[in-house]
Design a protein around this ligand. Structure first.
Ligand code: NAD
Ligand code: UDP
Ligand code: UDP
Length: 317
């Protein structure tokens, strides 16, 4: 039974020691909730949460969500899953297991507790999209057998499981489709474009454009994204999603490189490298649903969000 005698909730965040998860834990604690952070530390780190350890409302549990978990909580945010291509392709079978077995276990837990559960899904469910910008009604264009498939298809299957647990068992689900998000605590070695470019610029190394850099992405600052996740969780039981969360301002990867060079004052040259297979050519969220259902839209634009992100990465130079 879910406790209802207090507005102070016990909130579980899987993947809570990762980039997004650690910011979410921090924000939930700031709102006065108790937080159970569950993470196997595959890509997350204790450093991301060291400032929270010692807070009596915060608890860290080292656990792999592909195994069952019996705890008592009031709400679940399911973020556990490596998110960068380098990390999710390191052990692709484990990546699919994390999305699929992890979703089954966390949904089983939510079913037993009768509590809300939010899934961190991804714009990758749209694959290399032929519809632009991507709205939630678009079914996507995904290669089921490529090197990105462990992540894309794992996340798609997790969405299926969420909606089937909702229809079959009445589980209260929320599905967020997160578009590229950046900010402090991104893993410095995860090869994502924002962290790569900033580190390369700060180290005076060449900036590696994959392909000719004409592919596009839309970058959301982490604080905005966390606002969106929490707004979605706060909706009534009739709101299941999926809801796109991201910043609709679209840039080519070359433009991003130029902005990073300008902001860091670096003298780095741009060099071209091979484009990874199945790399989406364009990506921009249609956030009409988030605007109307959540009253949410991002406030921090790329120029502003790059500053604290660059400051954070100085420590790795
Ligand atoms: P991250 O790699 O920093 O965080 C993922 C966390 O999950 C890590 O702490 C990792 O150790 C943990 N984890 C991985 N496998 C696990 C397992 N089997 N059991 C328990 N913990 C496990 O990545 P992130 O950017 O913070 O992403 C968080 C979530 O948001 C992921 O589900 C990701 O797919 C989703 N997402 C992120 C973005 C983005 O741009 N950052 C975009 C779309 C979706
Ligand atoms: N599960 C869990 N914690 C719980 C309840 C269930 O980890 O508190 C797991 C359970 O071990 C099972 C999965 O979630 O593997 C799915 O549970 P469900 O009740 O849907 O399926 P069943 O147990 O009937 O196979
Ligand atoms: N990218 C790049 N140089 C890098 C890292 C990435 O040009 O050093 C490109 C990559 O090919 C992709 C885009 O930047 O087109 C975003 O890559 P990322 O891995 O950050 O995220 P995703 O491909 O999952 O959107």
């Amino acid at each position: 039974m879910t406790r209802s005698y207090s507005i102070r909730k016990r909130v579980m965040v899987t993947g809570g020691a990762g980039f997004l998860g650690s910011h979410l834990c921090e924000r939930l604690l700031g709102q006065g909730h108790e937080v159970l952070c569950v993470d196997n530390l595959f890509t997350g780190t204790k450093q991301n949460i060291e400032h929270l350890i010692g807070n009596p409302a915060f608890e860290f549990m080292r656990h792999d969500v592909t195994f069952p978990l019996f705890v008592e909580v009031d709400e679940i945010y399911n973020l556990a899953c490596p998110a960068s291509p380098i990390h999710y392709q390191h052990d692709p079978v484990q990546t699919t297991k994390t999305s699929v077995h992890g979703a089954i276990n966390m949904l089983g837990l939510a079913k037993r507790l009768g509590c809300k559960i939010l899934q961190a899904s991804t714009s990758e469910v749209y694959g290399d999209p032929v519809v632009h910008p991507q709205g939630e009604d678009y079914w996507g264009h995904v290669n089921p057998i490529g090197t990105r498939s462990c992540y894309d298809e794992g996340k798609r299957c997790a969405e299926t499981l969420f909606f089937d647990y909702h229809r079959q068992h009445g589980v209260k689900i929320k599905v967020a489709r997160i578009f590229n998000t950046y900010g402090p605590r991104m893993h410095p070695a995860d090869g994502r474009v924002v962290s790569n470019f900033i580190l390369q610029a700060l180290r005076g190394e060449p900036i590696t454009l994959y392909g000719d850099g004409s592919q596009t992405r839309s970058f959301c600052y982490v604080d905005d994204l966390i606002d969106g996740l929490m707004a979605l969780m706060a909706t009534g039981d009739d709101v299941t999603g999926p809801v796109n969360l991201g910043n609709p301002n679209e840039f080519t990867i070359r433009e991003l490189a130029e902005k990073v060079v300008a902001r860091t004052g670096a003298g780095s040259e741009l060099v071209m490298k091979d484009l990874p297979s199945d790399d989406p050519k364009q990506r921009q969220p249609d956030i009409g649903r988030a605007r109307s259902v959540l009253g949410w839209e991002p406030r921090i634009q790329l120029e502003e969000g790059l500053t604290p992100t660059i400051d954070y990465f100085q420590r790795f130079v």
